[in-house]
Design a protein around this ligand. Structure first.
Ligand code: CTP
Ligand code: MG
Length: 169
């Protein structure tokens, strides 16, 4: 079991580092440039910036480069897909939150913890489909979902304690 947990963490690590590091790069230029959706509310909101997106993706890819050093070269390509996917999913999550009328930073249980994972799985899937990229088993995906729920809540709480975030979620 411990080996399965470790392989799940190893697999999702780039997406995980990407998602939790965006807050460290928090910039000023929002991805939606202040644009509003049909409902009059922001498209993504002020919490999604280009600097955060790009900085986090670069850090995730760096983790992938380190991982590739210990395994196959395919690992680096996988990390690029996982990192971009994570930030894409995170932005889609914010899009959904704005549609639900939630302000930046307001909690959306499960969506906050899982949006970046679904983005990562989606891009990983596209990579598997078109580039023959490695894709995890359904069991590994479910394990990642469960594990990350706990890890995500834990790291957000740390970021809150370090005054990097205004909410502990
Ligand atoms: N961040 C960023 N750019 C991104 C993602 C995150 O600059 N693409 C920064 C923002 O400062 C954001 C913080 O990281 O406030 C925390 O990220 P997250 O929890 O995803 O955003 P929230 O502030 O909770 O906003 P939302 O309600 O839209 O999820
Ligand atoms: Mg949040």
């Amino acid at each position: 079991m411990i080996e399965l947990v470790l392989s799940a963490v190893w697999y999702i690590l780039p997406a995980y580092v990407t998602n939790s590091s965006a807050v460290l790069f928090a910039g000023k230029s929002p991805i939606d440039s202040g644009a509003k959706f049909l409902d009059g509310k922001r498209l993504l909101g002020p919490g999604k910036t280009w600097k955060g997106f790009i900085g986090a993706v670069i850090l995730g890819c760096f983790v992938g480069a380190v991982q590739a050093f210990f395994s196959t070269s395919d690992t680096f390509l996988l990390a690029i897909f996982l990192s971009v996917g994570a930030m894409f999913g995170d932005a889609v999550g914010s899009f959904v939150k704005r549609r639900l009328g939630l302000e930046r930073g307001e909690a959306a249980p499960f969506l906050d913890q899982w949006d970046f994972l679904f983005g990562a799985f989606l891009l990983n899937g596209l990579g598997a489909l078109f580039l023959d990229l490695w894709f995890p088993s359904l069991f590994l995906i479910l394990l990642v979902l469960v594990l990350t729920t706990f890890l995500h809540l834990f790291t957000n709480w740390i970021a809150y304690e370090l005054n990097l975030k205004s909410n502990p979620w």
